[in-house]
Design a binder for this molecule. Structure first.
Ligand SMILES: Nc1ncnc2c1ncn2[C@@H]1O[C@H](COP(=O)(O)OP(=O)(O)O)[C@@H](O)[C@H]1O
Ligand SMILES: O=P(O)(O)OC[C@H]1O[C@](O)(COP(=O)(O)O)[C@@H](O)[C@@H]1O
Ligand SMILES: [Mg+2]
Length: 501
């Protein structure tokens, strides 16, 4: 790599951006370091250097120039683009083991794997870095200033990964930045590990900013949690895989019920407040689903190309069907039919109407009143069952590595970062990239087209949207921007391409 130029960076989302550029359009969106605002901090050799398990590993320490590209599909003339700092242990650390006082907090909704992350942070700090002062914050952000802490040792957390939930407790709302940082200061904490979703990471960014404003030597590290998978940049958030797997049980039940009845319909509602990833992946995994409805893809009920027409077609052809619907889907239809809800939870998240119940009733009414046709519809809502469970094997590995990365990063003096997987590589991502947007299913992306091909459901784009979409030919290749927002909307075109290839 040529010598990069440190271009400093500006403020984004109220958090400092640290950008380094290099030849060929190379951009490193770097994470802050304690030395950015506390110069001349002493360094110490990484204790792993004398750890028999690691000292034999070739190139165990991450080279300071190692970075990971955000985009891996490129053209020969593409600029090298955005990169993130590679996660892992560094030769030098900025904390002496005895001086570290760490804390861990879990916030937001439950998610499989929370206990695995907690366990691994405690184990990594102790076994790799000889740190034994680790506090658990009780009950989410508000626990910083309203509750007692819990002493965490490798022994007390040894088998917690076998349990669902979080041994620390969690909550929504109650983020008071200044009180939280007061508590961090009063308790002499210098490493803060914050496990949570998009809301939590916004809270973590605010804590980092205040810590920095006060000039404290405190590393703030985030670990991305949410079964909804709505955190941007990272390949996936932990717990998602387990939730998709557990959702299969509900879909199987819906399929068995539907198949065993004449004109049987199984409706399964899955979590996904703002995005339909769980519904999408559960559908792709199951192959028993005939129709998947998500918040990102508007649909309509009546008339040509609508949901009722498709349900009738499925019943005629197969005698049964299964519908998977994400909880955030069709909210505009509910609002139109007078079921609007403007309420929010303590964190400011939308509280939703039960779209599963609503759509089940609509389907029943349609067949009874308009088609005079007998159907048997079973509605299954597994709700919390897909998240209140321990993580599966793949999420356990993922949680373990995310936690280890976070510990290596904090010990190396990095701060204001979320540890995350980017194209299968562990990285440190600056908070501002994590909190700038929410991850959504891109319905003009290949993945959604693959789902439509697999279920054979209509795209539910209304006549006007189809006219608009048809104006644009599909791009010659399906290379999309990261958010897919600039791609030509042409679901039919995408489907044609996929079916031909
Ligand atoms: N914009 C924000 N600034 C500071 N804290 C926030 C913000 N949004 C959410 N939080 C806090 O983060 C925590 C978790 O947020 P929530 O949205 O409930 O879950 P998740 O982090 O899983 O998305 C809550 O305690 C909430 O107060
Ligand atoms: O009833 P609760 O605990 O507020 O949780 C419900 C919501 O939590 C989620 O699982 C996501 O929560 P997070 O954003 O905290 O990960 C949504 O899918 C669901 O709507
Ligand atoms: Mg969230």
């Amino acid at each position: 790599m040529g010598t990069p130029n440190n271009t400093g960076g500006g403020e984004e989302n109220g958090v400092m951006m640290k950008v380094v550029t290099g030849p060929g359009g190379y951009i490193l969106q770097d994470v802050p370091h304690l030395t950015d605002y506390i110069p001349d901090l002493p360094t110490h050799p990484n204790p792993l250097r004398s750890n028999p398990a690691y000292s034999v590993v070739k190139q165990y320490f991450v080279h300071m120039d190692d970075t990971v590209p955000q985009k891996v599909v490129v053209h020969k003339d593409s600029p090298r683009g955005i990169h993130f700092r590679r996660a892992g242990p560094r030769q030098k650390v900025y904390f002496k083991s005895d001086d570290v006082s760490a804390c861990i907090v879990t916030c937001g909704g439950l998610c499989p794997g929370l206990n695995t992350v907690i366990r691994e942070i405690v184990h990594s700090l102790d076994y790799m870095y000889g740190v034994n002062k680790v506090l658990g914050i009780d009950g989410g952000y508000r626990g910083f200033y309203s509750k007692n802490t819990i002493r965490l040792t490798p022994k007390t957390v040894n088998d917690i990964h076998k349990r669902g939930g979080t041994i620390l407790g969690t909550s929504r709302g109650g983020h008071d930045t200044s009180k939280i940082v007061d508590s961090i200061q009063d308790r002499g904490i210098n490493q803060v590990y914050i496990i949570g979703g998009d809301g939590t990471q916004k809270g973590a960014a605010a804590i980092y900013k205040e810590v920095r404003r006060r000039g404290l030597k405190v590393a703030v590290a985030g670990i991305p949690k949410t079964i909804d998978n709505d955190i941007p940049v990272v390949d996936r958030s932990f717990g998602f895989d387990t939730a998709v797997e557990e959702a299969q049980r509900a879909i199987n039940a819906a399929h068995v019920e539907a198949e065993s009845a004449e004109n049987g319909i199984g409706v399964v509602k899955l979590m996904g407040r703002y995005c339909g990833f769980i519904a999408q992946y559960a559908t792709l995994a199951s192959r028993d689903v005939d129709c998947c409805l998500i918040p990102e893809s508007p649909f309509y009920l009546e008339g040509k190309g609508g949901l009722f027409e498709f349900v009738e077609k499925c019943l005629k052809e197969n005698g049964h069907m299964v519908i998977v619907i994400a909880e955030g889907a069709g909210q505009e239809l509910l609002a139109e039919s007078g079921h609007a809800n403007d309420e929010q939870d303590a964190s400011g998240n939308k509280l939703l109407q039960d779209v599963g119940l609503w759509i089940s009733q609509k389907i029943k009414d349609y067949f009874a009143k308009q088609r005079k046709m007998a159907i048997t519809l079973k509605y299954i809502d597994p709700t919390y069952m897909i998240r209140a469970i321990p993580s599966n094997a793949s999420d356990n590995v993922y949680c373990t590595l995310l936690a280890q990365s976070a510990v290596h990063g904090a010990m190396a003096g990095y701060t204001g970062f979320t540890s995350g997987l980017v194209h299968g590589r562990h990285t440190y991502i600056p908070f501002n990239r994590i909190i700038e947007t929410q991850n959504k299913v891109v319905i003009t992306d290949r993945m959604w087209a693959r789902l439509l091909s697999s279920t054979n459901q209509p795209s539910f784009l209304g006549p006007n949207a189809i006219v608009e979409a048809k104006k644009e030919e599909p791009p010659e290749t399906q290379l999309l921007d990261d958010d897919g927002a600039n791609s030509g909307i042409n679901i039919d075109g995408l489907l044609r391409c996929l079916r031909c290839s």
